[in-house]
Design a protein around this ligand. Sequence first.
Ligand code: ADP
Ligand code: ASP
Ligand code: MG
Length: 434
Amino acid sequence: MKFGGTSVGKPERMHQVSQLITRNAETTIVVLSALSGTTNALVEISTALTSPDKQNAAEKIATLEKKYSAFINELLQDESIRAKANEIITEHFEFLKITQKISLSDALNKDILAQGELMSTKLFSLYLEQEKIDHVLLPALDFMQLDANDEPDFGVIQEKLKMVLAQYPTQKLFITQGYICSRAEVDNLKRGGSDYTASLIAAAVKASVCEIWTDIDGMHNNDPRVVDKTIAIEQLSFDEAAELAYFGAKILHPTCIWPAQQENIPVKLLNTMQPTAVGTVIKKEAGSVGVKAVAAKDNIIAIKIKSTRMLLAYGFLRQIFEVFEKYKTPIDMITTSEVAVSVTIDNDLHLNEIVTELNNIASVEVEHDQTIVSIVGNEIAKTDAVLTKLFQAINEIPVTMVNYGGSAHNISLLIPSEHKVKTLQLINKGLFNL
Ligand code: ADP
Ligand code: ASP
Ligand code: MG
């Protein structure tokens, strides 16, 4: 069971979580995010630490510390447990204060970002102690391991977790941190990574279910932050959910579906604030055919590669892909014509090097501020007149690229980001009649 930031962000929510995790008879591993707003605050602190004037960072640390003091006062009534909590939180804030005196490195930045989950789990564990709920707090850094490519090392995670759990053969309830992991030093699974932690753990222990508890009643057909009227989807296949997560549905971390899919473990998306709502179940079977949802992914860069040498040539695509491979930059969308190839990437870390090398074989144009809009549904082409409806609905939008047919459950469009809101609204009407 994974609980997101909002689900643990208030003392009364921690109380609610304690009730949800104690109602099942099965052994349960609970993964917690940082209290809502904490990771954002830690990112801001880290950024402020890069400036020579550390005053801004000091103020942000003080503000966050006050928030935690107030939280503890409300959460814990038992004097001795409250004293323990204050001691623990003081230690974490001492660390944050010391960072002002050290020069900021990548490793220190990751240490700073890890404080949120470390604090939330320790506070929740103390709350359970106060409520006399028997449990064990497992440090995620003891088993969540990355490999040399910065990807979760599933084999090692499985082995280490097994060893850790074997130390408590009769224990029924475990609490651990989402998001954080270790490589040589403390690291993380990128923003929103607690979902990924939960899915990896579920797969590692071959759990009967992986429940993601959040602040909404499941995956909706469209982004509820952008569109007024959206509806929850009852069932999704792993493939559909993976596409929605990867292409921007914030409710799930972009790559969190694969571990559960690999072990065929159903993933349920549930609402902590409304526990009786059906939510969404993600499993092997999609349950139905046709369009189910649309998601959007921002900060996309389009690269248009043109060369007349491509005419009747073979091996040209290989040359292009080798450049992206060399700079470890994944391609999301791709379209080709006789003399041009267009691709999109979401990572501009090596953009200059990529463009320089591509310029040796072709002419290259780069467009920033693009958004991928992905329409997802099992055997999407079986939706009655899906393409007609889609393109009629977004008639006024200047579409830059189209991908269709690559998979049986996805149509992706590339549009300039300034048109995202309008596009999602038009699709809501045209394809979902909402
Ligand atoms: P948590 O802190 O629990 O991990 P997140 O904020 O990461 O929660 O994810 C839940 C949020 O995702 C929702 O509040 C909603 O605003 C947003 N969201 C974006 N797209 C979707 C979607 N298609 N369905 C449901 N929620 C979505
Ligand atoms: N706390 C981390 C974040 O805000 C991880 C998570 O919430 O999933 O990104
Ligand atoms: Mg999240």
